[in-house]
Design a protein around this ligand. Structure first.
Ligand code: NBX
Length: 807
């Protein structure tokens, strides 16, 4: 007898639509008539989640059954950005989702706009961690990301007439469809004599075009008991819940400081909290697979994302010795075979050093272990470098003086087998300056791995028209093998292709112009040159130098010079306590106010400060950049990653020889990059002779005029005092050497103006930037970490789940 013909499998869009309808009932408990846009967003996310769950479950099964070697990435920050669109692209379901939305009378854009962004990071370091998670999954590497589930992420920034205003970011207020709580994986952490419990919340990180879905495991703090019965029964209700409140404060909020260490008690508590939970979780995994603890380093590689998790060196020792009964020497070889450390900054103010008193109060046992590590370390040094007490003092894990401190960077270097910087120049300067003494002791411990960014989020998701053009021109392989962009090179002189290229760029610029109008009320001309500097506001990044340049342009235009139309766009958050950074924002806002209403500037110059720069906003900005401003003082920007995102999307860079700019220029070619400024070596020489900005300024009439105009209150409603701290700083110490580079910066900007006037040539240079940027994929960075540091190999995941896929 013939078997009945199976029902035709509905197209995936239809399946998504059905799943959305089902979730409206079963998850949101609503009928269509009551459903809000947010309900629909949640339903779409849950429908997508249902699909990716099979990969997630299969991945966990595969890793568990094959006892795979696993890389773990420990980071206090993961600046993930929204999940929905990224997951749709990874699953190849974006169009299907758009169709499903349409069938419900919605648009996919509306859904995407509803998603709150998990802003669990400050800037570069946190975003790098997120790109790396995605690349590890795409490369099918067994990996776990470990961090903190902050209830409040990076503050929201609003811009008023007085500059930046901060408000909290309650990103979890309406729930989070992308995470799964794992109460069964909870661990106690003893901090200052009190126990806090860390509960795991897991988020799947999908690889692109593969069946792998790795886990990002973030810890949320809970009190061991909801309340203290003795106090409760005695009627003291506040006291009864005191410990609960104190404990849960631990994962409440992300510290909003970028590259500044404040030495706060809560911060050290956050560090030990997430590090201890993560290490205990690794021991649990070992145990569950029947692997002896002495094999820890064979099962796990642990990467420290800067020194925030450096306490892991002492904590792993403690767990091995105190909990698992391993002897010191074995524990030390396991620890140093497991841990490696990435440094992300040379700025001295970012170096973590914890006062001994605080350390003793909060983590007495870990401090004891640090002293023992130090004693043994100094003993070997005394033998190797006899009669050099200053060297020992410089290398010690403890900073001596009236306020003795634990140097976390030293702990990280001593406890690691490998230490890396994040771009060639940065890694060299680490060896020559910050870690020069350590490089003498262990020259082979130091290496470089240049940063990268994920082409999925930063090209496929952020710039669909460009992605479509690439697919059409060179095939679809670029998304997994970014080097394939090289195939574009011959097209850089193809008139037909250049026309399409320009069309794609215009679309992106129109889209950004619409966002600018919505967010600031200012109308900008999409055909003007979009000159963009978006990143954290910091003096070393020199947003004030770009601002001075804008004032100069304004003066030149007012004097009747003919310059091509520009829209200068700034964005970025200032740490709430960083007065100078906030003053820089205030200056840009003041300039924008005056310039944008000046009829003489109409059609020639616009200045925009886009509020609340974030991953989401970045996805709209990067594709629309003509000129990428990467103008940090040479030697100060460890790498930069915004520079890569912009160049990848076809922007030309104006930049100094700093961080990864150097490597970008090497690859895109010096004809396709506007270079200016002193090199790190030249600046070092200038510093040795004693730097003063005045001689530079005295020879520069235009710069003087610009500074005087700012000082006159022109951009501050007549207030001559407002910008005094900024101008006085520039004219006296000028710590970031703005005056030394300003003249050459102007020269390079003039070159930009002339190049822009030749639209055909500009497009060609734009294509070549994209074509030659393949190196800056985070897939390449992660491949290097996996091969050279972690020794972790890919483990492909096959679809093997017994749970049927809903489609
Ligand atoms: O890390 C950034 C660097 O400034 C960028 O150049 C680099 O591209 C990026 C990724 O490697 N650093 C960063 O975001 N933060 C810190 O380096 C940091 C260090 C210590 C600290 C706070 C922040 N206490």
């Amino acid at each position: 007898m013939a078997s009945p013909t199976p029902a035709p499998c509905p197209p995936k869009g239809q399946a998504l639509l059905e799943a959305m309808r089902r979730h409206l009932f079963s998850s949101q408990a609503k009928s269509a008539s009551l459903a809000t846009i947010h309900d629909h967003y949640v339903c779409l996310s849950l429908a997508v989640r249902d699909i990716l769950l099979t990969s997630w479950v299969d991945t966990a099964d595969t890793y568990t059954s094959q006892h795979v070697r696993t890389a773990t990435y420990m980071s206090a920050e993961f600046l993930l950005g929204p999940h929905l669109e990224n997951n749709l692209v990874s699953l190849g379901l974006r169009e299907e989702a758009a169709a499903a939305c349409e069938a419900l009378g919605l648009t996919l854009e509306e859904m995407l706009a509803e998603e709150p962004e998990p802003g669990l990071g400050n800037g570069g370091l946190g975003r790098l961690a997120a790109c790396f998670q995605e690349s590890m999954a795409t490369l099918e590497l067994p990996a776990i990301g470990y961090g903190i589930r902050y209830e409040f992420g990076i503050f929201r920034q609003q811009i008023g007439p007085n500059g930046q205003m901060e408000s909290t970011d309650p990103w979890l207020a309406r729930g989070n469809p992308w995470e799964v709580i794992r109460p069964e994986w909870s661990y106690p952490v003893l901090i200052g004599g009190q126990t806090v419990i860390g509960v795991a919340y897991d988020t799947p990180i999908l690889g692109y075009g593969v069946h792998t879905a790795n886990t990002l495991r973030l810890w949320s703090a809970q009190a061991p008991d909801a309340f203290d019965f003795a106090s409760f029964n005695a009627g003291d209700y506040t006291r009864a819940v005191l410990h609960k409140v104190q404990s849960e404060t631990l994962s409440k909020v992300l510290y909003p400081n970028d590259e500044l260490e404040q030495g706060k008690r809560l911060r050290l508590s956050q560090q030990i909290f997430f590090v201890s939970c993560s290490l205990q979780d690794m021991f649990r995994i070992l145990g569950s697979q029947g692997i002896p603890v002495t094999e820890f380093h064979r099962k796990f590689a642990v990467q420290l994302n800067d020194t925030h998790p450096a306490i892991a060196v002492a904590e792993l020792m403690r767990l091995l010795i105190d909990v698992h009964g391993v002897d010191w020497d074995t524990a030390w070889s396991i620890t140093t075979a497991t841990i490696s450390y990435t440094n992300h900054t040379l700025l001295p103010e970012a170096l973590e050093a914890w006062g001994l008193e605080l350390f003793q109060q909060l983590l007495p046992r870990q401090l004891q272990i640090i002293f023992e590590i130090n004693a043994r370390f100094l003993r070997t040094l005394r033998i190797r470098f006899p009669g050099q007490p200053e060297l020992l003092e410089r290398l010690s894990l403890i900073e001596e003086g009236p306020h003795r401190k634990v140097r976390m960077a030293h702990l990280a270097v001593v406890g690691s087998h490998t230490v890396n910087g994040v771009a060639e120049l940065h890694s060299r300067l680490l060896k020559e300056n910050l870690f020069a003494d350590f490089a003498r002791v262990w020259p082979d411990r130091f290496t470089n791995i240049t940063n990268g960014v994920t082409p999925r989020r930063w090209l496929a998701v952020a710039n669909p028209p460009l992605a479509a053009l690439l697919n059409d021109a060179i095939g679809t392989d670029w998304c997994r093998h970014l080097d394939q962009l090289r195939k574009l090179e011959p097209l850089a002189t193809d008139a037909g292709f250049l026309e399409r290229w320009q069309g794609v760029r215009e679309q992106a610029k129109e889209r950004l112009a619409a966002t600018i109008r919505q967010d600031t009320g200012v109308l900008v001309d999409p055909s003007s040159l979009f000159d963009v500097q978006v990143k954290r506001i910091h003096e070393y990044k020199r947003q004030h130098m770009a601002a001075l340049q804008v004032v100069e342009r304004y003066l030149r235009l007012r004097a009747g010079e003919d310059l091509p139309p520009r829209t200068v766009i700034f964005g970025g958050k200032a740490a709430p306590g960083y007065a100078m950074a906030k003053l820089i924002i205030r200056l840009i806002v003041g300039m924008a106010e005056i310039i944008n209403i000046d009829p003489a500037m109409d059609g020639r110059l616009r200045v925009i400060f886009l509020p609340n720069f974030s991953v989401k906003l970045g996805q709209k900005i990067y594709p629309a950049v003509d000129l990428s401003e990467q103008i940090s003082t040479a030697g100060m920007e460890a790498s930069g990653t915004g520079n890569m995102k912009m160049s990848l999307n076809g922007a030309l860079t104006i930049g100094t020889l700093d961080g990864a700019n150097i490597e970008i220029r090497e690859r895109v070619g010096d004809d396709n990059f506007f270079l200016f400024g002193h090199t790190a070596e030249q600046l070092a020489a200038i510093n040795r002779n004693g730097y003063h900005p005045m001689p530079w300024l005295e020879n520069d009439a235009l710069a003087k005029e610009a500074i005087d105009l700012i000082g006159s209150g022109h951009f501050s409603e007549g207030d001559r005092d407002l910008f005094h701290p900024l101008l006085a700083n520039l004219c006296s110490s000028d710590p970031f050497r703005v005056m030394a580079d300003l003249g050459d910066y102007r020269r390079a900007q003039n070159e930009v103006d002339s190049a822009w006037c030749d639209a055909g040539r500009w497009s060609m240079m734009s294509v070549l930037n994209t074509a030659r940027c393949g190196f800056f994929s985070s897939d390449r960075s992660i491949q290097e970490y996996a091969d050279r540091i972690w020794k972790v190999a890919p483990v492909p995941v096959n679809a093997c789940s017994v749970i049927p896929s809903p489609s």
